[in-house]
Design a protein around this ligand. Structure first.
Ligand code: ZN
Length: 238
């Protein structure tokens, strides 16, 4: 995992029934999966200009509830010329903001229903998408529909896990590791379903959390989206 920023915000936004008057700093992760032939980036973190001044970068005050911080973007953390593929779990600014930093030759793999939602005015508004995050990468997009065997050898499976957003996906690496994305922000969310107070579809999110819980209960490590106690940079043990 590489550290690609953080957001500080009221705890109660991110876990139902937590306090609204307590501020918590949430880490923003990106992951690099290395095989013999591939170097796959999962999510792209914050765009540096958004971290510097979100209102100016996105031309909206909607992100005023967050204090964004970014020590180093993906283009500083990684040699992006070595990345062979990018998987985007979903289009929120803390996952898609850095896409614009990628070389134009790198394919970006995303669920079709997420991409479609990112171009639907009502869905953009409902899901707080910021089209600036992804409007420059149109030519690089590879759309998939549902679960997808990324390399064709079963080693990396993209799992359609909607609810947090319309076409959210998680990444299963081998049998023992699942990068859950924001199906749950906290590891405990797989059991207690205390999701953020906003979602595209809570029922779908619950079903996705159940799906990941089954994988966890059969022995996989399921990495949550932004749990400060769990989401720390460095090798991810599975
Ligand atoms: Zn997120």
């Amino acid at each position: 995992m590489v550290d690609v920023g953080s957001f500080t915000s009221a705890a109660g936004i991110w876990r139902r029934d937590d306090e609204m008057d307590r501020q918590v700093r949430f880490p923003i992760p990106a992951y690099v999966i290395e095989t013999e032939e591939e170097r796959i980036l999962v999510d792209a973190g914050l765009h540096p200009a958004a971290a510097e001044n979100a209102a100016r970068h996105y031309d909206t005050d909607e992100l005023g509830i967050f204090e964004l911080e970014l020590e180093a973007s993906i283009s500083v953390r990684l040699d992006l010329s070595t990345i062979t593929k990018v998987v985007v779990t979903h289009l929120h600014f803390d996952h898609a903001g850095g896409l614009a930093l990628l070389p134009a030759s790198v394919p970006i793999i995303i669920q079709r229903r997420e991409w479609d939602a990112g171009h639907d005015t009502a869905a953009v508004k409902k899901n707080f998408f910021r089209p600036r995050d992804y409007q420059s990468v149109d030519e690089q997009i590879v759309l998939i529909d549902g679960d997808h065997d990324l390399l064709g050898d079963g080693s990396i499976q993209l799992l359609l896990t909607p609810g947090h957003t319309p076409g959210h996906q998680s990444v299963r690496v081998g049998e023992r590791l699942v990068l859950g994305g924001d199906v749950t922000h906290f590891a405990s969310g797989l059991d207690d379903h205390r999701f953020p107070i906003f979602a595209d579809n809570f029922a779908a999110q619950s079903a996705s959390a159940d799906r990941l819980r089954v994988l966890r209960d059969s022995g996989a490590l399921v990495r949550p989206g932004h749990d400060p106690d769990v989401v720390v940079p460095g090798p991810v043990a599975a």
